[in-house]
Design a protein around this ligand. Structure first.
Ligand SMILES: O=C(O)CCCC[C@@H]1SC[C@@H]2NC(=O)N[C@@H]21
Length: 294
């Protein structure tokens, strides 16, 4: 696709500067690679991590200037024209402080951490205040600004699985370029900056901080998400789905209609139906049945 924007309006990512900021001895990341264009950074990173586990350690980053066959949740697509979006995937191999693998039941939290880091970093840098829509969409006034897709990487020889957490943020996209319906971009929201270098650094630093908090387990490794200042509270505060009447569609097609009450300690959505019965929705999609108050 040919962009009608000049490279001055959509400057490129500064790979060396990002590496220096994020991967130097004081940085939190092990490795950062930038490609000009690819089909999907998630697909690439899953493959690379499977092929060369030692070469792609915990907190490795793959980012791209353009994504031509990007993947969204529920088999949706997420394409991004050149230099218009943040397209970034992070490989995580979650372990506790003592080096024990985290239980895979806690992995659902990793995409929530990414959505939280996106919304907090965007707010910090742009004066746009995104909310979260369950499970991990980043919205501005009901329009989708960013999405998160987490994929498991099977572990070899009994090793625990790793996770690739991929994010796409619509930065300087025009109306016609948005990757999904009912979306928006930082440009369309009059953000105070659309500098992707600034946004990427801020996002990755916050993600690393939240991840460190999440994995800083001391003793009770079955409940790492409740440690410290609650990540659950930070996510819940931004989750506009809570308190709303929703229809949840589970991966097996089952529909549950009711009031979204809270998130449980695994990040699953608890929905109370009209008979008062509570359902825990761990995966799927939700539709808000009434417009959100503006
Ligand atoms: O459906 C969603 O909301 C999730 C969209 C996730 C898109 C990102 S872009 C970077 C990474 N690579 C992909 O192919 N998908 C994710």
């Amino acid at each position: 696709m040919t962009s009608r924007y000049s490279s001055l309006e959509r400057p490129g990512l500064d790979e060396a500067g990002l590496r220096e900021a994020l991967c130097s001895p004081r940085g939190q990341f092990a490795r950062l690679e930038l490609v000009e264009a690819t089909g999907s950074t998630n697909t690439d990173l899953v493959r690379l991590a499977e092929q060369d586990a030692a070469g792609w350690p915990d907190l490795s980053v793959l980012t791209a200037e353009e994504q031509t066959a990007g993947r969204g949740r529920l088999e949706r697509k997420w394409t991004a024209p050149e230099r218009s979006s943040l397209i970034v995937s992070v490989l995580l191999r979650p372990r506790t402080k003592t080096g024990r693998p985290l239980p895979t039941q806690s992995y659902g939290w990793l995409s929530l951490l990414a959505a939280l880091a996106l919304s907090e970093s965007i707010e910090e840098r742009t004066e746009v205040s995104p909310q979260l829509k369950w499970p991990n969409d980043v919205h501005v006034d009901g329009r989708k600004l960013a999405g998160v897709l987490a994929q498991l990487v099977p572990g070899a020889n009994g090793a625990p699985p790793a996770v690739v957490v991929g994010c796409g943020v619509n930065v300087s996209l025009t109306d016609q370029e948005l990757p999904v319906p009912n979306a928006t971009s930082l440009l369309l929201e009059y953000a105070t900056t659309t500098d992707r270098n600034v946004l990427l650094k801020a996002y990755l630093r916050r993600l690393a901080d939240s991840y460190a908090e999440f994995t800083a387990v001391d003793g009770d490794e079955s409940r790492p998400w409740t440690d410290g200042k609650s990540l659950l509270a930070r996510v819940s505060d931004r989750m506009v789905t809570l308190g709303q009447d929703v229809r949840a569609e589970l991966p097996n097609g089952t529909m549950i209609t009711g009031r979204a009450m809270n998130l449980d300690t695994h990040g699953a959505l608890v929905v109370r139906d009209d008979d008062g019965e509570r359902h825990t929705v761990a995966a799927g999609d939700v539709v808000h049945l009434r417009p959100l108050p503006s």
